[in-house]
Design a protein around this ligand. Structure first.
Ligand code: ADP
Ligand code: ZN
Ligand code: ZN
Length: 727
């Protein structure tokens, strides 16, 4: 390679940087990593191209220090996608590339795949499994998996199925029950699924309809209607064609249950990628995907950037889920990047949801997406009706009304399970002085602290600050401090005292923080040794609880009157999803929603007429306000320790904009952020609005660099968020 080499370097400065070829050693390749000097630092960058001539005087260019990859790490399609992503989100290319790479590759580790190891049962292992299977569940599970693949099973796939497999493998090897073997000529046969229902077959036809190639299909079906089964059939067909599929699921949807179900059906061709894996495991999965050949990559948000040379299909499950949007750094939507990727490679993409995002529904209604529906539950169980329970005049005990408690009791007595959805973890959202109204504040944020540990401890859910709860009011010295509102901890405690015979489990970030604890708790639900589940939105998705017959929503009113125009949509999705947990088995389900606003029109529409009717009403409201999906937004946020600096910067930036030629663009703000001070920093924002995308992007392209050049910009940390999801 000669001439000038263009390198994307991880720095906030946009564009690629010019370097000279290295003085000695191997030549750099496009799509490979190099080490370069950048200012006073040494950074790892990606070669994105060459040029005959440099933008600056060649005498000022520095040579590349070292070539890391002698073959391209990223192919042309992925480089195109990353360039598109950087342009669309107005983010620096080098940082975009870095976001897309596994952490070990960012650090310059070699991109070498370890030799693939395969395992099979030994003769002794086969005998033991039939005569006296080990009592340890994980050992037995691993032996059974191998028994189903007599020619050998790849270790990487075993590790995907069975997290923390190392000690299990070691133990079984020690006992002589398993052994290494050569890779099988044919990977293990996937197990066929049940015959599809008429609805499912119809959905499959819609997705496969002519012409093939790029098309977006929305697969809309209530929870339990059999969407996953449709994915699985499509995935098996993709494997049969020798191609790869990418399946993205929300952060908390990637449960051991789901991985096991996929593993069972796609044999040893499953590659799992998520944030709970070690850096080494993630790199191995990434490299396995990059090697091509039939495979299914099942992952969370960042897996959208996995190299997939044989990609034939993309599936986004729960496409409406907020976790697909990254909230810092490169603020991308994995769903939207995936749609772009499918278009670029001319392959189909399937978006599945019981509660599609209004944007997605709008595209389907406008005919831009194909629309397949699954109207009934695959198992024939009927979908539960939601009932509103007006709690305005009822006495509440720790947030629970008498009728709700009574229903929990009845369902548990009848042998069912009950789920109570609480939108906060901890004991209570606030500690208040009865005498003067003082609220225990976070000292670094404009917000109160949440009580934890039965009310003995305070924690800020925004910055993580923690301290013991004070014995007296810090305002007036009064001694009557009361816990106001309820979190999961308080509701679970109240249930324990009201229903002493019931076995109660609490599901939130605090109780499931330890590795493996969520799995254990879910296993207890499946085994029927838990009667009542109390939890946050963690319980809303993914899990299949066949014995669950009752769902209670303690309080959904927080979504009704928020400053964020999407708050109601999110609440409606959550309520519909959590309600969908009930009655998936043989017994019908019942859902009660406590509210102080039973007359709220959108809430009424949601409860009486369902999600589609709600979505239509909400879309009409959005249209009249020009809000997404009828208008397009970019959010510019600024923060600083100095209270005035963010607003001063944003006002100056807005001032620059007023002279802009883009008349189609309106600037709203600046305004203080809803939580103005957070972790000791003051925050403000500015919204840029346009009726269509093109002028918005043209405007941003010219305006952002000018804003960044303002003197006021030096006093703040600022960022831009295209298609922001949270305001
Ligand atoms: P969703 O993804 O929409 O929540 P699933 O695909 O998980 O739905 O299906 C719900 C339940 O119905 C699962 O237990 C699944 O095994 C079962 N199921 C799905 N499709 C069929 C089918 N065609 N025949 C029999 N059972 C099915
Ligand atoms: Zn007081
Ligand atoms: Zn705080």
């Amino acid at each position: 390679m000669s001439g000038v080499i263009r390198v994307a370097v991880p720095t906030p400065v946009h564009g690629a940087f010019d370097y000279l070829p290295p003085a000695s050693g191997p030549s750099p390749v496009i799509g490979g990593r190099v080490r370069v000097s950048f200012g006073r630092r040494r950074l790892i960058g990606l070669v994105v191209g060459t040029a005959a001539k440099a933008a600056v005087d060649t005498a000022r260019l520095r040579p590349i220090d070292e070539v890391i990859d002698d073959t391209p790490l990223l192919g042309p399609d992925l480089r195109d996608l990353l360039e598109w992503t950087a342009r669309y989100y107005h983010h620096a290319l080098g940082e975009t590339v870095t976001t897309a790479l596994p952490v070990l590759l960012r650090r310059g580790e070699p991109a070498r795949r370890p030799a693939a190891i395969h395992w099979r049962l030994s003769g002794e292992g086969r005998r033991v499994l039939t005569d006296a299977p080990p009592r340890a569940a994980r050992q037995r599970q691993l032996l059974e998996q191998l028994a189903a693949a007599p020619d050998g099973y790849p270790e990487s796939a075993l590790r995907s199925l069975l997290p923390r497999a190392t000690p299990v493998l070691a133990r079984l090897t020690e006992q002589g029950l398993i052994e290494h073997c050569d890779p099988p000529a044919q990977p293990p046969e996937p197990r066929p699924g049940p015959p599809l229902t008429t609805d499912q077959a119809c959905a499959l036809d819609t997705i496969n309809a002519d012409p093939g190639g790029f098309a977006v299909t929305l697969l809309q079906g209530v929870t339990g209607s059999g969407k996953t089964e449709v994915y699985l059939q499509l995935l098996q067909a993709t494997l049969q064609q020798g191609r790869q599929a990418l399946v993205l699921v929300p952060e908390i949807g990637l449960t051991p249950q789901l991985v096991a179900r996929f593993g069972d059906r796609v044999g040893g061709r499953l590659i799992v990628l998520h944030s709970g894996m070690t850096a080494v495991q993630r790199l191995e999965g990434w490299l396995a995907a990059r090697a091509g050949g039939p495979a299914i990559v099942l992952g969370t948000r960042s897996a959208v950037f996995t190299p997939l040379p044989d990609l034939g299909l993309i599936v986004i499950d729960e496409e409406h889920d907020a976790s697909f949007k990254q909230q810092d750094g490169l603020r991308y939507s994995a769903r939207d990047v995936a749609i772009r990727r499918a278009q670029q490679l001319d392959v189909p993409i399937l978006l599945g949801s019981a509660t599609p995002a209004l944007e997605t529904l709008h595209n389907a209604l406008a005919g831009r997406y194909r629309h397949a529906r699954l109207a009934t539950r695959a198992t024939g169980a009927s979908a539960p009706a939601i009932q509103l329970l007006d709690v305005r005049s009822r006495p509440l005990e720790e947030g629970l009304s008498r009728p709700l408690l009574a229903r929990v009791h009845e369902h548990v007595e009848a042998g069912g399970q009950a789920l109570l959805f609480v939108n906060r973890r901890g004991f209570a959202p606030a500690m208040i002085c009865h005498d003067c109204g003082w609220i225990a504040p976070c000292r670094r944020c404009d917000t109160g602290m949440t009580l934890h540990r039965g009310g003995r401890h305070l924690r800020c859910h925004h910055c993580g600050a923690a301290r013991p709860a004070p014995p007296q009011c810090e305002g007036c010295g009064g001694e009557t401090l009361i816990a106001v509102g309820e979190g999961t901890e308080r509701v679970a405690a109240a249930l324990r005292s009201r229903l002493p015979a019931a076995r109660i489990a609490r599901f939130d970030r605090d109780t499931t923080a330890r590795r493996g604890s969520l799995e254990r708790m879910l296993a207890s639900v499946a085994a029927g040794t838990t009667d009542v589940l109390v939890g946050t939105q963690m319980l809303a998705k993914g899990h299949d609880f066949p014995a669950l017959t009752f769902v209670g929503v303690i309080n959904a009113d927080h979504g009704l009157f928020s400053a964020d125009f999407r708050a109601f949509e999110r609440m409606a999705q959550l309520v519909t999803q959590v309600a969908g947990r009930a009655g998936r088995g043989e017994r019908p389900g019942e859902v009660l929603l406590q509210t102080r606003h039973p007359d709220h029109p959108l809430l009424g529409t949601l409860v009486r007429s369902g999600y589609d009717a709600f979505a239509n009403a909400a879309l009409a409201e959005r249209e009249s306000a020009g809000l997404p999906p009828y208008g397009h937004l970019a959010l510019v946020q600024a923060e600083a320790p100095d209270a005035d600096a963010p607003t001063r910067f944003l006002a100056a930036a807005a001032g620059l904009a007023s002279s802009s030629a883009e008349e189609a663009v309106a600037i709203w703000g600046p305004a203080p952020a809803p939580l103005e001070r957070r972790a000791g920093r003051f925050r403000a924002h500015l919204l840029i609005h346009a009726a269509s995308r093109a002028p918005l992007h043209r405007f941003l392209r010219a305006w952002l660099p000018a804003a960044g050049g303002l003197r006021e910009a030096r006093r703040v940390r600022w960022s831009v968020d295209v298609d922001p999801q949270e305001l």
